[in-house]
Design a binder for this molecule. Structure first.
Ligand SMILES: [Zn+2]
Length: 101
C-alpha cells in the first residue's frame, strides 16, 4: 500500500528532541501540534515515537514526534516505516542543503 505524501501543513514544529540523557526534552513541540498521519490536531490519546536520525550538526540530538494513538494503531508496519522516512526527509533536507554550499 502506497502512503500518500505528507500534508504540506506538516512542518518542523512537530518535532522535539533531547540533547542529553535527562528526562525532559531540550525542545518539545508540545501536544498542541499536528499528527503527521491524519494532519489534524493531536488527539488526547497520543503516542511518542523516536526517529532514527543522525544529525551531524547536532550529534547529541535524538528526535521524536507524536501521533494520535489511534492513527498509529491503524497504520500498517509499512506505513509507519514510510512515515519515519518522510519525517526524516523533512529534518535532513536543510542539513543536506547546507553541506552542498
Ligand atoms: Zn492522527
Amino acid at each position: 500500500m502506497k502512503v500518500k505524501p505528507l500534508d504540506p501543513r506538516i512542518r518542523k514544529d512537530i518535532f522535539g528532541y533531547f540533547e542529553d540523557y535527562s528526562e525532559k526534552p531540550t525542545h518539545d513541540p508540545g501536544v498542541d501540534t499536528i499528527c503527521p498521519f491524519c494532519a489534524n490536531k493531536l488527539a488526547d490519546e497520543r503516542k511518542t515515537l523516536s526517529l532514527a536520525l543522525f544529525d551531524p550538526e547536532h550529534r547529541d540530538r535524538s528526535y521524536f514526534y507524536r501521533t494520535c494513538r489511534a492513527c498509529y494503531n491503524k497504520a500498517s508496519d509499512e506505513e509507519k516505516d514510510q512515515m519515519d522516512y518522510s519525517l526524516i526527509d523533512i529534518l535532513i533536507e536543510p542539513i543536506l542543503n547546507k553541506s552542498n554550499n
